[in-house]
Design a protein around this ligand. Structure first.
Ligand code: SF4
Length: 225
């Protein structure tokens, strides 16, 4: 992805980057250099697959979801298959993702609602997506940003942690963090910002022991140890 951000003429002079928006843009510019290929880690080849994978990913690692979904999508290749699924059988199919009862119920309810309300096509607006059973704002943002190319900024546990550590928000409410980051960044960077913060959180800025010594954002980060 090409960065839309202007380069700072003094990228290492944090004193020049006190303004939160300039600092946020410099952070994203560096993350473009560090993770040019940052993308959604959930395997999928359609909006339906991404929606199902994202529902499964709640409280579960993407790696675990990616172990489940290839077989799941072979068994239930269409939205009609999910809508007609037997709840207990689907629970067994997704058991290892955890919270399998709620997730199976959400997937079946979502599929039925998409058939009834949208003729089987996954909708491409936040309003319509969050009106589906089992689909929250974060799940909707993932599908909007990573499938439909609509500016969206999913806030998960990594984005929450990094945005707070980097001083880009003072809130711990995902909806508020989403608004704070969106206010600081141009909308063409929202999807990348979410992916890149997640990648950085998984590789360097760990929850328990962030590795600040090797962090490319160190001079921009008020939490650097
Ligand atoms: S400097 Fe440390 S706390 Fe700040 S973003 Fe980097 S790893 Fe995280």
């Amino acid at each position: 992805m090409t960065s839309h951000l202007r380069s700072s003429s003094h990228p290492h002079d944090a004193a020049l980057l006190q303004d939160a928006s300039s600092r946020a843009e410099e952070i994203i510019r560096r993350l473009h250099q560090e993770y040019p290929e940052a993308h959604c880690a959930l395997g999928h080849s359609s909006a339906l697959e991404l929606l199902v994978a994202t529902i499964l990913s709640a409280q579960c690692t993407d790696a675990r979801v990616n172990q489940i979904t290839p077989g799941l999508f072979r068994k239930y290749p269409t939205i009609e298959d999910f809508a007609a699924a037997d709840q207990e059988e689907l629970e067994r199919d997704i058991f290892t993702a955890g919270f399998y009862r709620n997730k199976a119920k959400a997937i079946i309810g979502m599929a039925r609602a998409v058939l009834e309300r949208h003729g089987g096509e996954i909708p491409n607006t936040m309003e319509e997506l969050v009106a589906l059973p089992g689909v929250g704002r974060k799940t909707a943002s993932v599908v909007l940003g990573s499938w439909f190319g609509v500016p969206a900024l999913p806030v998960d546990t990594h984005v929450t942690r990094l945005a707070r550590r980097l001083g880009l928000t003072e809130s711990d409410d995902p909806n508020r963090i989403e608004r704070d980051l969106q206010a600081l960044l141009p909308e063409e960077e929202w999807v990348f910002a979410s992916h890149a913060l997640i990648w950085h959180g998984r590789r360097v800025c760990f929850a328990r022991k962030p590795e600040c010594d090797r962090c490319c954002l160190r001079d921009l980060c008020p939490s650097a140890a």
